[in-house]
Design a protein around this ligand. Structure first.
Ligand code: CTP
Ligand code: MG
Length: 241
């Protein structure tokens, strides 16, 4: 059985002050509802665990119950923690024993297409312990010596862009592998910003499959404009959003 864990407990500091990011609306529907629908749309996913803001689990549950989703998908809401890693750990703890494949998906990527979800799930079921969707980079990337305060930062190196990928979610895992990673790698593990990174620390293989430009993360105010434009385009082209 495949389950999705959706960490949605962040504040969304970079988006600016207001409601926690996952509860903000895109074209009138909360981002979290879009994200749950995106996972539930896949027939592979039979359970969705939403990890809500620590003091907002009841509010998230009510919001989700107010919006339609496929009947075939069970929904569980649990309160999250102070870091993304901690929130994912709390979501994993809510999974029933029959779950063998876990997709971890940011609520902040509400528009991921179902094809991406299914590509990731299929690769895990095909035997990969950890799978991440990713895209080539548009920008050249410089490694720098970081300086606080916006002053000039010395460039250290320019990595070959052709070998770099920008990773998205859902990231898919064999359940036992992901649980081991969360048990073994320190919760505040420095520099580990995604779940696959923790699996890499275990020395286990992680593979990349093609991501999708609509799986972008809503991070800054301009991303809200882009997300609503994508929803408008979907409504115009196939009548669903
Ligand atoms: N997240 C979480 N628990 C936390 C922090 C983050 O569940 N303590 C979730 C967010 O809700 C989001 C995902 O992790 O769906 C990716 O994080 P990010 O985009 O960084 O969201 P925020 O942490 O909310 O945003 P910011 O970093 O700007 O505050
Ligand atoms: Mg964050």
């Amino acid at each position: 059985m495949t389950a999705a864990v959706i960490p949605a407990a962040g504040r969304g500091v970079r988006l600016g002050p207001g409601t926690p990011k996952a509860l903000r609306a895109l074209n009138g529907v909360p981002m979290l509802v879009h994200a749950v629908r995106a996972m539930a749309r896949s027939r592979d996913v039979s359970l969705v665990v939403v990890v809500a803001p620590p003091d907002g689990a009841q509010e998230a549950r009510t919001l989700l119950d107010d919006h339609a989703r496929p009947d075939s998908t069970e929904l569980v809401v649990v309160p999250g923690g102070g870091t993304r890693q901690e929130s994912v750990r709390l979501g994993l703890a809510a999974l029933p024993p029959e779950v063998t494949v876990v997709l971890v998906h940011d609520a902040a990527r509400p528009l991921v297409p179902v094809e991406t979800v299914e590509t990731v799930a299929a690769a895990v079921r095909g035997g990969a312990p950890a799978v991440v969707p990713a895209l080539p980079l548009a920008d050249t990337v410089k490694q720098v010596e970081p300086r606080a305060g916006g002053g000039p930062e010395p460039v250290v190196a320019t990595p070959d862009r052709a070998a770099l990928r920008a990773v998205q979610t859902p990231q898919g895992f064999d359940r036992a592998t992901l649980e081991k990673a969360h048990r073994t790698v320190a919760l505040e593990g420095e520099g580990v910003t995604d779940d696959a990174g923790m699996v890499e620390r275990l020395g286990l293989p992680v593979v990349v499959v093609p991501g999708h430009e609509e799986a972008f993360k809503v991070t800054r105010p301009l991303d809200l404009v882009l997300a609503e434009a994508v929803l408008d385009r979907r409504r115009a082209t196939d009548g669903f959003a």
